[in-house]
Design a protein around this ligand. Sequence first.
Ligand SMILES: Cc1ncc(C[n+]2csc(CCOP(=O)(O)OP(=O)(O)O)c2C)c(N)n1
Ligand SMILES: [Mg+2]
Length: 584
Amino acid sequence: MASTAADILLDTLCVWGVDTIFGLPGDGINGIMEALRRRQDRIRFVQVRHEETAALAAVGYAKFTGRLGVCLATSGPGGIHLLNGLYDAKLDHAPVLAVTGLQHHDLLSTFTQQDVELDKLFADACAYNARIMGPAHVENVVELACRTALAYRQPAHVTIPIDVQSMPLTRRERSKGNVADHVSHTMAWGGGAADEASLARAAEILDAGSKVFILAGQGALGARAELLELADRLGAPIGKALLGKAAVPDDSEFTTGGVGLLGTQASQRAMKACDTLLIAGSTFPYIEFYPEPGTARAVQIDLDPQRIGLRYPVEAGLVGDCAQVLRALLRRVERKTDRKFLKQARKDMAKWRDLLADRGGREDVPMKPAVVLRQLGKLLENDAVLICDSGTNTAWTARHAELTGVQSFSCSGTLATMACALPYAIGAATAHPRRQVVAVIGDGGLSMLMGDLVTLRKYGLSAKIVVIRNDLLGMIEWEQIGKLGNPQYGVELEPIDFVKVAEACGVRGVRIEDPATCAAQLRDALEAPGPCLIEAVVDPDEPPFPPSLDLAEAAHFARAFARGAKGRGKIARTIAGDLVRELI
Ligand SMILES: Cc1ncc(C[n+]2csc(CCOP(=O)(O)OP(=O)(O)O)c2C)c(N)n1
Ligand SMILES: [Mg+2]
């Protein structure tokens, strides 16, 4: 029997090492489903309940493995549902391939049923985007899609008309120039080494500085030993962008933790005070948190030359793999005897750790979200995968869940989409069935895609889902009040009993309301085999901001309350800054 286009598609994916596809069937991909059915021994099809879950699960899979994440959706609405996940892949540089169906090749663009030209729709999201025109077109296109996604760490997309999927490849299908077997399936990577001249300039800049700060991002995730050695050599504290949280462990004496709004005061102080900045694999987007332009000399390491100088006027750009470039720098830079800057950062960090211990040890009821995340951090296994969603839950996780050992972490960093955490957990648990996978998610975010709790059950994925329940689109309320000075509007959520939802999906559910039992309940839930949903009922009035507000922020609160914002007394009591209490 001659191979069909769908057979060639899947055989090509197999050659590229794909063994897992997240998706949901539909009449626009039945040809591909049939080819999948016949390859169950080689490719695992993970059926999800929403195509957005499929795309985000593929992103999670790619982020936690470095391998190609693959999602599959039917023509029209199924494909459209993938889009948010593909943008997540684009913005956070995850290699993802989307495969979709199109209507019959000879009915396309005739207002036929589900006639959505998905290649056009995905044009902005995907680095490679192709419509397959016949069975002889499959191998070269799919090969290029896989290669592009991996090479550029971007989403790629291939769409195949439903009738083409089942067409066998015959000799007459080929055009003369499309010689059979003319493409290679060997993946090749760039050298990853920076050029000599830039390395010499970078070493000169780092040697000249007396207050060096290292900003580590996602690109530095594989460079832990090198970062720590360089930090020691230069007496330089390391601050971490959120996607770089696992670059060095939070308990290292060389890190000041996170940077930015979700970060620590120790990082902020060091980043603002440094005279030399080394940006290692980060394009952390909040430019206002960098040193004032002109106050620090800067060096940047990035795989992508396009990204050099994007956020700060660097004097040397080192294009290459972080670990390799850092090793090259280590061969060139001197050890600094002046350790004052590092000492100050350590002092600031010790103070910050005291504050975290205080915040995470509170016994108030309703429970403070920091209590949950602090305990959770302590209970994570040495190689756990930690995921968070978008909202105040991001702030609690970023600050209070300390990563140690060889734990991994990610979230939707740059797109910051809600609802990524459960799909990422599905992707991570599928890829790493023996690692502990824990996802922290807001009640708003979970309710968007919670049908996929049942996917954990269906595939026996032992992920633990921690819902931070505040019955609120928390982050938005704080922005309305604290950033704009407006009373809150449209942010209250009709309560959902997530324990019951989990149980209805065949997943164990646990509710934690009391800080006194939080640690023990979390431990039990994490230790129990199989998936589990942990609903942590928290104080909705706890602000996700740093522990002190500036005058402008305090004034926003005062203005919002003067204009009728609800919870004046309660919110004022929970805000650490005396300024607010004085103003309202
Ligand atoms: C898909 C999507 N819609 C809207 C937003 C804007 N947004 C950011 S955080 C947030 C609130 C999230 O609420 P919840 O999931 O309950 O988390 P919480 O802030 O309460 O921790 C919203 C609406 C977003 N980032 N993504
Ligand atoms: Mg919420």
